[in-house]
Structure formats: C-alpha cells, structure tokens
Design a binder for this molecule. Structure first.
Ligand SMILES: NC(=O)c1ccc[n+]([C@@H]2O[C@H](COP(=O)([O-])OP(=O)(O)OC[C@H]3O[C@@H](n4cnc5c(N)ncnc54)[C@H](OP(=O)(O)O)[C@@H]3O)[C@@H](O)[C@H]2O)c1
Length: 398
C-alpha cells in the first residue's frame, strides 16, 4: 500500500495514471500534479470511468522548487514519478531531496535553452541521494528504460561478454497526418535534429544528423529504414556494460516525415533560438509545437505497430552469439486499454513497473541509478504481466 505523486499530465502521465490505478493494491493513493489542472482532471475522469479509482489532482509548476517541496511535505508520498518534461528533472530531484521522497523519471535532464542532453547533471546528485538514503531511478521508460533492462538481461542470461549493441526503434504506426510527432514535439525534434553519435572502443564518433541509415527487418513489421541517432541510453550503457566494443541507436522514419522535417529545418522552424515577432520573443520550435497536433490526441487515429529491441552480439562459452530481444506493441490495442497510442503506452508501463520495483524494495537502494544497474529479472517478469510482452530470437552472428 503506497502513495505516489505523478508529475505531468501529458501522454505518458495519462498511461502511468491508468496503469497505477489498475493495481490499487500496490498504488493505493495516487496524486496527479501538472501545470494545467484541466488535463489532470480529464485524466482523473478517464481513470475513474475505466477503473473506478479516484485520483487527486493538483495544479503545480514543477519548476518552482519551494512550492513542490511544500506539496511533497504536505502529501508525504512514497515516490515521485516525473513524467513532465526533461527540463523539470533537476528541480524535481531537488524537491525530492528537500522533502525526502524517492524519485523516478523517463528522460534525462535537458537545459531549456541549449539543445543538449546528458546524464552528468543528474549523476552529480549521486552523493546527495545516497546520503539522504533516497533512491533516484533514471530513464524508466522504453528507450531509455526497457532497452537498458534488455541489455542487462542479455548480459545475465545469454552472454559471457557482450561486444556490440544496436538499439532499434521502429514505429510503423500511421496517424493520418502529413506531419506529427508521437511525443512532445519540442523534445522529439530537438533529439533528432542534433548530430548523430555512437560509441566505439572508448570513443564517441560524431556524424551529421540522419547521415547514416540501414535497412532492418523488424519482426511483425517488416523491412524499414532506420537512421543512426544519439540517444541517452548510449551514455550509461557504454559505461555499465563491461567489455562492450560498440553501441549505436537507430530509429525509423517515413520519407514523408523526413521531408517535412527537412523543410522545417531549412526555414528555421526547428530552432530554439528566440526570435522577435512583433515585440514578443518566441522560440520557433515552441511555436511549431503549438501548430502541430497534440500527441495526446493522436491515439485514437494511430493504427499499426511499434517494434523496439536490442540486437546484441558477443561471446558465450567461447562461441560467437547474436540475439534480438524485443517487444511489439499495437497502437490500437494500447488505445483501447488506456486511451493512448503505443509510444506513450510503452513509456508509461515501464514507469509504472519501475515505481513498483522501488516501492516493493527490489530496486530500492540509496543513490542515483540507471536501469541496467539493477537486477533485470523482476522487471522483465513484470513487463509480460503488465502489457509489454517481449521475445528473444537468435540471429546469425556477424
Ligand atoms: N524513455 C522513453 O521511452 C520516453 C518516450 C517518450 C517520452 N518520454 C519522456 O516522457 C516525458 C513525458 O512525455 P509526454 O509525451 O507525456 O509529454 P507531454 O505530452 O508534452 O506532457 C508533458 C506534461 O508535463 C507538463 N509540464 C510541463 N512543464 C511543466 C511544469 N513546469 N510543471 C508541471 N508540469 C509541467 C505538461 O503540462 P501542460 O499540459 O501544461 O503542457 C504536460 O502535461 C518527457 O520527459 C519525455 O521526454 C520518454
């Protein structure tokens, strides 16, 4: 029996609220706090309709550390689940330290005015969390999140040593719009317009954005072009998987998506540098976000499947071995259950499972942790139980 506070009432917040409410034996009290109270109330209504459970809604600016600290001190939750935006990570970690509450998020910190993300800022909280006896679990979504746990599971059960990892993220969903992003457009576009980067033999190799791609045959989806991107789990996995020689991240995009993105970039609409419009300072990307479809509204229209997994090579008993460990999710099935498409669903379910792992103390240990640093087995078991079934296939070693 635990009390949790979910921060952020967007696509992912909606899934976390529904999935936690489905297990009220574990999450007995749920608070949903976000910037726009109306969004919290709409989610609470849907949760009530679907599960019969009431959740408390609070308007909160999570960038205000003093107010957030007071809220935590008053409500005394056992855990804070941060599914607001990456900009709030450090402020919410500070509030958790002040009020002595465990912390979980799904994306690493990004400064609002710099298109850059890395774990350094959050890893710097290690000593403070350890000293306070608090747990901070970073990146408990799908990628990062499940992908990190897939690697830890492969390391534990399939390999003596892992040499290469290719994380592959395919979305074969179609929402019918010429251009829309499946999660927060600002975060999504910032992620894919930066330079590609991968890690090889201790060094980071940088390449022009979207300049490397290859065709990959995804289970249940078929052949798709996947583009090399930098993604945050590369930073922690390159550090935490021993003997690793190379790790890369790939994501599929349709030609239509890439064409729109190229035009938007060429005309300056993806820039985060504020411009003066009739005396008002506006970030072009923020303006773009406000004209694009709200990802939370895409669920009903999106049809098709996602397939995300890790193509892992290495050695077992002296022999070369290669596996693909993956999940396939169906957008419409996710929508029928919690009124969200598969991208939010496959982020929200791991957040719910990570939360349970902290609350039941299987993953509760003071400090700041990435997912692959924990025992993967109970998490993998829960994936099957709570809506993200996974599979492992053998591939021909390279
Ligand atoms: N690891 C993964 O696999 C993965 C995948 C997808 C997304 N994510 C992460 O999941 C998080 C949520 O994504 P999403 O798609 O749900 O985004 P979203 O739909 O844009 O929702 C974000 C929510 O946070 C709220 N918020 C923003 N700033 C706030 C503040 N200062 N105080 C309080 N609330 C604030 C927003 O409020 P308003 O409603 O007022 O705008 C919105 O309700 C993001 O950090 C994203 O990077 C992770």
């Amino acid at each position: 029996m635990s009390k949790i506070i979910i921060i952020g009432a967007g696509g992912v917040g909606n899934v976390v609220a529904h999935k936690c409410a489905q297990s009220s034996n574990i999450f007995s009290e749920i608070i949903l706090a976000s910037r726009t109270l109306e969004k919290c109330l709409a989610i609470a209504q849907s949760v009530k309709d679907k599960t019969g459970k009431s959740i408390k809604c609070i308007r909160l600016d999570a960038d205000d550390v003093t107010t957030t600290t007071k809220l935590l001190e008053n409500e005394k939750p056992d855990l804070l689940i941060n599914v607001a935006l990456p900009y709030q990570d450090l402020n919410l970690m500070d509030a958790c330290l002040n009020a002595k509450v465990d912390y979980l998020d799904t994306a690493n910190y990004e400064p609002p005015n710099e298109a850059k993300f890395e774990y350094k800022w959050q890893w710097d909280y290690e000593e403070r969390f350890k000293k306070a006896g608090l747990t901070a679990l970073l990146g408990s979504g799908f990628d990062p999140g499940v992908t990190n746990v897939f690697c830890a599971y492969a390391q534990k059960h399939y390999f003596d040593s892992i040499e290469t990892i290719d994380i592959l993220d395919a979305n074969a969903g179609d929402h019918g719009y010429p251009f829309a992003t499946n999660f927060n457009p600002e975060i999504n576009i910032r992620e894919i317009t930066q330079k590609g980067r991968y890690w090889k033999e201790g060094k980071w190799i940088e390449v022009a954005p979207m300049s490397i791609h290859r065709e990959y045959n995804f289970p249940e989806i078929g052949k798709k072009n996947a583009y090399l991107l930098y993604h945050e789990e590369l930073e922690s996995l390159s550090k935490n998987i021993p003997n690793l020689k190379k790790i890369r991240f790939w994501m599929t995009f349709s030609e239509q998506y890439l064409l729109h993105l190229e035009v938007l970039q060429n005309v300056g609409m993806t820039s985060i540098k504020p411009i003066n419009v009739k005396g008002i300072q506006i970030q072009p990307i923020e303006f773009l976000k406000s004209v694009l479809p709200d990802p939370a509204t895409l669920g009903e229209k999106t049809k098709g499947k996602t397939c995300i997994g890790c193509d892992i090579s290495g050695l077992k008993d002296g022999n070369k071995k290669r596996i693909f460990i993956y999940n396939v999710s169906d957008h419409q099935k996710c929508y029928a259950e919690v009124l969200s498409q598969a991208i939010s669903y496959t982020t929200g379910v791991p957040a719910r499972i990570g939360a349970e792992m902290i609350l039941n103390k299987k993953w509760r240990k003071p400090g700041v942790w990435n997912m692959e640093e924990m025992d993967p087995d109970p998490f993998m078991e829960s994936l099957n139980k709570y809506g993200i079934p996974w599979n492992v296939i053998s591939l021909k070693p390279k």
